[in-house]
Design a protein around this ligand. Structure first.
Ligand SMILES: CC(C)(COP(=O)(O)OP(=O)(O)OC[C@H]1O[C@@H](n2cnc3c(N)ncnc32)[C@H](O)[C@@H]1OP(=O)(O)O)[C@@H](O)C(=O)NCCC(=O)NCCS
Length: 201
């Protein structure tokens, strides 16, 4: 049974251990790609990205749900308001439609390499939806990859998750923004008080 916790200063060491065990994720992005700073510019090294992520967490500017197996952090789902996560995949095509921004968007999902296919991403997205409900709900967008009618994809290429992951939480296709990528949306009603996540999920 997996449990979930938000990424905060208190849980930063657990997150850092997971990222380090996976070579920084994508060689050292430290899950900065969707944040305003982005990755891949000169000077944005493994260490730089680590520090940048830690700074955002310390400033309370990151929404990210961590999944635990016992004390081990084994995966996450990043979410946030669009201004926190502007660098979505296929951004140019997405913005051409001129749609109003959603209340929330889901950025990247990640499961440690040896534990894929055991429901970790699913636990992460489920907890994110609860968190959004507790924060007042609203429109949530995700930008997942289509997997059906497509050659089988290794998990490594599903940064934003497979469609099936979001369909199980009520997301439906809104529009296509790349050959295999869709905007999916869900409406979350406001809900009751925040719950203690340890022992939950
Ligand atoms: C994509 C990824 C997050 C899936 O995580 P996971 O923990 O293995 O997923 P789950 O076991 O919770 O499965 C959730 C759903 O996705 C589907 N799914 C998972 N991997 C899939 C794949 N490779 N192809 C098709 N569907 C897949 C499952 O079938 C499941 O659907 P179901 O519940 O309807 O059966 C994982 O493979 C991963 O971390 N990949 C790397 C992504 C990455 O690099 N992220 C960082 C970007 S900065």
């Amino acid at each position: 049974m997996y449990t979930t916790q938000l990424l905060t200063e208190a849980t930063w060491p657990d997150f850092a251990r997971l990222v380090e065990a996976n070579n920084g994720v994508w060689g050292g992005c430290w899950c900065m790609g969707f944040h305003p700073e982005g990755v891949g510019k000169p000077g944005q090294t493994y260490e730089h990205n680590r520090e940048a992520k830690h700074r955002l967490v310390a400033a309370g500017e990151v929404h990210q749900m961590l999944v635990y197996d016992g004390d081990d952090c084994v995966g996450w789902c990043q979410f946030g308001h669009p201004v926190e996560l502007p660098n979505i995949k296929s951004r140019r095509t997405y913005e051409q439609a001129g749609d109003p921004p959603p209340d929330w968007r889901i950025g990247c999902v990640f499961t440690t390499s040896r534990r894929r296919g055991t429901g970790i991403a699913s636990a992460a997205v489920g907890a994110v939806m609860e968190e959004i409900r507790a924060a007042g709900g609203g429109t949530v967008e995700a930008y997942p990859e289509q997997t059906v009618e497509r050659p089988p994809q290794r998990g490594a290429y599903l940064h934003t998750g497979p469609e099936e992951l979001f369909a199980r939480y009520g997301f439906t296709r809104a529009r296509q923004i790349a050959k295999w990528r869709w905007v999916m949306r869900a409406e979350v009603d406001p809900g009751s008080a925040r719950i203690d996540r340890r022992g939950d999920a």
